[in-house]
Design a protein around this ligand. Structure first.
Ligand code: HEM
Length: 620
């Protein structure tokens, strides 16, 4: 299946002086600043930095190769729509850029295709320009989500969309001319807040304004940026629709019933948001859109889709299958890269059901999970990411093994005569200690990073911090160190929060181990005893095992492994502190703690203090 990016932009290398051509100010123009770089200006105002991928097909194709993208469907940029200007000027402008798009496509070896633009303030002129463009080779049209005060349910715009459906033109709706700009003069808020709201407004207007009821089902329409805020706020829309007659609009059905009438692109920049979007819209209604090559676009086109936990079939639909339907193309009509040119970045889909090394281990997906934040990318940030990721993978294995140890010890408590479960617990605990040994060693790799190099990208990490390592905290909780206060670091991630909350409530390894000692008759204590007495009873229980070595050799082995694990985890904490001091000295952590001085307080934490206490008792 080809990989098709349906939302990306171009600017020609140059174009006529539109202000002079139409005798009106503030038209966009391009200022080349240095080789391969330019600025888009609107009159005297700076609008955006761009680079040669916008106008040079060779650069674009190289970057598509790098990212494993077969085909791009390019469109111009909303700043060129000119809907607020005289229609004849907007039409002339549209023609210029529509023809320029086809010239670029002609140099794209069949891998570049385009959507045209139309003067949407004039419906007749728009219909004519669309028809001209479709005959000339465009695959559809990019329109803004409104024309002045007119939303997409405006009768004129509905007529135009009808014409698109008849012409078989794909329609990409792009937000523009954002609302409330007087309140968003700073921080790019028109892009980050205004655009998603505009897109949502476009969709809601079409639904409640009855546009979808009037338009034929064959209309293929897609909203950029994942449909903006629409999917996330669909519940709110539905709630209003159900409980307030004035929120009904003139549509025939409930809002959610129109989800099969439009698509959205994948430009949401967050894995969980994309998975949620697919859950809401359906796997056949989301497709790859990158906003390339603009600064707010996806860097590493398609990585977001590939990084999801969606199955391979769904990923392949999102990456290209759905775009074929949207564009009305057969697979054979789209140029496809030979596999070798994609640099191994595409997910491997074996032709038959046979497993390969890569498909079994999900190697391509794994290799796509590193997303440095520094720009330009700092060489050492990849190391920083990979080291942390390997820790998390080993944490996963530790949890897996320790869960099994808990199950074995619980079983040993249920059948005290059987030794199998005790042996198995000791065997798995040995694996845990070996893994932890590796985890301690691994810090040295990170220490090859100079403190100055870390500081060069540390600022990009805040407020991400090891405090938010869900699995580390799970390990602590699972072993018996349950501190509910630590849950607060996981509020931003409800799934992690719920998982930790579950761990808090479940019996820990500590609970199960001493439960088993009680079941085999080694631990006796009153239920209502003081904690200090209970602690002493537990230590004595351990002591009694050691004192009867011949009989309890298997249990002693478990005790030794648990002790070693405890010791190694303290070793991990210590090496982590040394690393922290080596890299950031005594600075505060990105998670807001006092840094190494806070971490030193954790050195006294032990999972099984009774095992250590038993040693004190032994020496008496
Ligand atoms: C340059 C390297 C590192 C630095 C400067 C660093 C710094 C810190 C600091 C300052 C804290 C305290 C919390 C805070 O305020 O953010 C912390 C906690 C933590 N870090 Fe690191 N860290 C580094 C590498 C690592 C690595 C490789 C791991 C591996 C998983 C890791 C795992 C953790 C964990 C689990 C915590 C929480 C510890 C606890 O609450 O007991 N850190 N780190």
């Amino acid at each position: 299946m080809p990989v098709i990016d349906i939302h990306n932009h171009f600017f020609p290398r140059t174009w006529p002086d539109l202000a002079a051509r139409f005798g009106t100010p503030d038209w966009p123009w391009i200022k080349h600043t240095e080789p391969g770089k330019a600025e888009i200006m609107v009159g005297d105002r700076f609008f955006r930095h761009i680079y040669s991928a916008c106008w040079d097909p060779e650069v674009r194709l190289q970057e598509m190769d790098r990212d494993g993208v077969d085909t791009q469907i390019m469109s111009a940029t909303p700043v060129l729509f000119a809907y607020e200007r005289p229609a004849e000027h907007a039409l002339d402008c549209a023609r210029l850029f529509n023809d320029a798009a086809l010239e670029l496509c002609a140099q794209g070896g069949g891998r570049l295709k385009s959507l045209c633009q139309v003067p949407l303030q004039d419906i007749d002129a728009s219909c004519k320009e669309l028809s001209r463009c479709m005959r000339a080779g465009h695959l559809g049209v990019q329109i803004g989500n409104h024309v002045g005060e007119k939303n997409l349910d405006d009768p004129g715009i509905v007529t135009f969309l009808h014409h698109c459906a008849d012409e078989g033109a794909a329609v990409l709706v792009h937000p523009w001319d954002m609302l409330g700009q007087s309140r968003m003069p700073k921080y790019m808020m028109p892009w980050t807040v205004g655009m998603p709201a505009e897109t949502q407004l476009g969709i809601v207007a079409m639904i409640l304004g009855g546009a979808f009821d009037k338009l034929p089902r064959k209309l293929r329409i897609c909203f950029a940026h994942g449909g903006g805020s629409f999917a996330f706020l669909l519940g709110r829309l539905h709630n209003a629709w159900e409980h307030h007659p004035i929120a009904h609009g003139v549509c025939e059905l409930a809002p959610a019933k129109y989800l099969d009438r439009f698509s959205v692109d994948s430009a949401v920049f967050d894995r969980r948001a994309l998975e949620f979007l697919v859950g809401t819209m359906g796997a056949e209604r989301v497709m790859l859109g990158s906003d390339y090559p603009f600064p707010l676009g996806e860097h590493g086109i398609g990585q977001l889709i590939r990084s999801t936990t969606l199955d391979d079939g769904t990923k392949s639909r999102l990456l290209g299958g759905n775009a074929l339907t949207f564009l009305g193309l057969e697979q054979t009509q789209v140029a496809q890269l030979p596999e070798t040119k994609t640099g191994g970045s595409k997910p491997v889909m074996p032709a038959s059901d046979q497993l390969t090394y890569s498909s079994y281990l999900k190697v391509p997906e794994l290799l796509e999970l590193q997303h440095p934040q520094s720009k330009p990318e700092h060489h050492d940030e990849l190391l920083f990411i990979i080291v942390h990721q390997t820790y998390e993978l080993w944490f996963k294995e530790l949890l897996h093994d320790l869960d099994a140890v808990v199950a074995n010890l619980a079983a040993a408590g249920r059948s005290p005569e059987s030794h199998d479960d005790v042996y198995e617990a000791a065997r798995l605990l040995r694996r845990c200690t070996e893994i932890t040994r590796v985890l301690i060693e691994q810090f040295t790799i990170l220490e090859t990073m100079l403190p100055t190099h870390f500081l060069a990208f540390r600022g990009k990490l805040e407020p991400a911090s090891g405090f938010q390592s869900e699995q580390f905290r799970e390990l602590e909780f699972l072993c018996g160190l349950k501190d509910p206060k630590m849950l607060r670091y996981h509020r931003p991630t409800p799934e992690a929060y719920a998982q930790l909350d579950r761990r808090l409530r479940e019996p820990s390894l500590h609970d199960v181990f001493f439960g088993a000692l009680r079941a085999i008759g080694k631990l006796q204590m009153q239920e209502d005893a003081e904690e200090s007495d209970r602690f002493a009873a537990r230590a004595r229980a351990v002591l009694s095992l050691y004192k009867d070595e011949h009989r309890y050799r298997d249990w002693i082995d478990v005790c030794e492994r648990l002790t070693e694990f405890d010791e190694l985890v303290v070793g991990w904490r210590l090496r982590h502190i040394q690393l922290v001091e080596r890299v950031i000295g005594s600075r505060m952590g990105t998670g807001g703690s006092a840094g190494s001085s806070y971490l030193k307080l954790t050195l006294d934490k032990k999972f099984f203090p009774e095992l250590w206490e038993a040693r004190t008792l032994l020496t008496e």
